[in-house]
Design a protein around this ligand. Structure first.
Ligand SMILES: *Cc1c(COP(=O)(O)O)cnc(C)c1O
Length: 431
């Protein structure tokens, strides 16, 4: 078939056997339209689709590929592990090594439990928080994503005395009736919620540097208020660092903000691209977990020997001196270049980054919450997305997602990306 679009052919085949043709919704390009690219292989900062077209990859599997694809030391570790067996269902020394490596880098954690996905880790941390405090209510923030556990698929109710409504079919209102959804960075609302419900709140869960409403930071004042109110009311502060952990810096968002949470949820980078996640915190809380305590949690593939090999090898590379300095510099070069290109072409634009994570916005000010992020001009974003895609630059196919730079991205990759964006800015209708 000359000129056949192999992505289109695969998409059609996929749709016949997989709902929507994808195994995770954002991959379907529903927000931006067009045909999802089916990826055949990846190397360094690039991946290639079914037509063998090359893209500079700015999603990095939504965060994990911080070293780029196929880093030799990681590949070697995984190859070695595979030859020793895929899974045992019995403990291994490598799980201890990974636990020790994580604890050494995240001082707020004294113990850690390994699981297989961020969803599982966040869900388990929530159960642990409820079990440890004996309380029911939880606080989350609009625009923060903590995986797809029932109690966390919630949007705000009509007032602070009313709790959240499910955002997914199949979640009974009874399951979300203890979840309070607040506006990110809104200190007055946070204080009001604690004043009303403080003694019943088991935990406050937050992405302290959020990557699921594009890239939005908790202000230092807001993060400090979260910490203080949790302490004052005996609620646990849970930092969901599935995305920010080992991504914004070697010590996560808690390191950047200088705030110590009670529980930390990790994922993405700690698996280096393999299914691996974790949650942890102080010994006294973690010892509430089975088999020591009454809070049940388990997993057939938890601490999988191939996944832990991949995670360990990845952590070893990112812990090298200067790693984050170099990565941050690269990401800042990209963000500053995009800002300059937009300014030169008269487009409203702003952008921010921390470590290897960034966000850009087709607006003048950096948004502080989800509602503002969602005022983005959709048509303009889609034009930018498809323009970049045509030019071989793959950014997240939705305006509410963050972007990721890896150690494998070269100065030339960054420069090519900025130039591609400049061409598109030039063609977009001016402000
Ligand atoms: C990705 C993500 C999750 C869910 O992780 P999965 O591995 O996709 O289940 C949870 N929390 C945050 C902050 C995330 O970015």
């Amino acid at each position: 078939m000359p000129n056949a679009d192999h992505n289109e052919i695969l998409f059609e085949r996929a749709r016949a056997v997989i709902p929507g043709g994808v195994n995770s919704p954002v991959r379907a390009f529903k927000a931006v339209g067009g045909t999802p690219r089916f990826i055949r292989r990846a190397e360094g900062a690039y991946f290639w689709d079914a037509n063998d077209k090359r893209y500079i990859d700015y999603i990095g599997s939504w965060g994990p590929m911080i070293l780029g694809h196929g880093h030799p030391a990681v590949v070697e570790a995984v190859q070695k592990a595979v030859l020793e067996g895929f899974s045992y269902g019995a403990p291994t020394e490598r799980e201890i090594e990974l636990a020790e490596a994580i604890l050494a880098l995240v001082p707020s954690m004294e113990m850690v439990r390994l699981v297989s996905s961020g969803t599982e880790a966040a869900m388990s941390a929530l159960r642990l928080a409820r079990g440890a405090t004996g309380r029911k209510h939880i606080i989350k923030f609009e625009g923060c994503y903590h995986g797809h556990a029932d109690a966390l698929l919630v949007k705000a109710g009509s007032g602070l005395a009313t709790f959240g409504h499910p955002t997914s079919a199949g979640v009974p209102p009874e399951v979300t009736q203890h979840t309070l959804v607040l506006e990110y960075n809104n200190i007055a609302q946070l204080e009001e919620a604690f004043a009303l419900h403080g003694n019943d709140i088991a935990c406050l869960m937050i992405e302290a540097i959020a990557g699921n409403m594009n890239f939005v930071r908790a202000t230092p004042e807001f993060a400090a208020r979260c910490r203080a109110l949790c302490t004052q009311h005996g609620a646990l502060l849970v930092f969901d660092e599935v995305m920010s952990g080992f991504r914004v810096g070697l010590h996560g968002a808690q390191g950047v903000l200088g705030i110590t949470p009670d529980l930390t949820v990790l994922g993405k980078v700690i698996g280096g691209g393999m299914p691996l996640a974790a949650f942890g915190g102080p010994r006294a809380i973690m010892e509430q977990l089975a088999p020591l305590g009454p809070v049940y949690q388990a997993g057939t593939l938890s601490g999988n020997p191939v996944a832990t090999a991949c995670g360990l090898a990845t952590l070893k590379e990112i812990a090298r001196p200067g790693f984050y300095e170099a990565l941050s510099k690269k990401t800042r070069t990209l963000v500053e270049g995009l800002k300059a290109a937009a300014a030169a072409e008269g487009q409203p634009f702003n952008a921010d980054s921390e470590g290897g994570m960034f966000g850009f916005f087709l607006m003048d000010e950096l948004p502080q919450n989800y509602t503002t992020v969602m005022t983005t001009d959709n048509a303009k974003f889609n034009a930018l997305f498809h323009g970049l895609l045509d030019r071989g630059v793959y950014i997240a196919p939705a305006l509410y997602e963050a972007g990721f730079v890896s150690a494998a991205h070269s100065d030339d990759d960054i420069a090519a990306t900025i130039e591609a964006a400049r061409q598109i800015f030039k063609a977009l209708p001016p402000r």
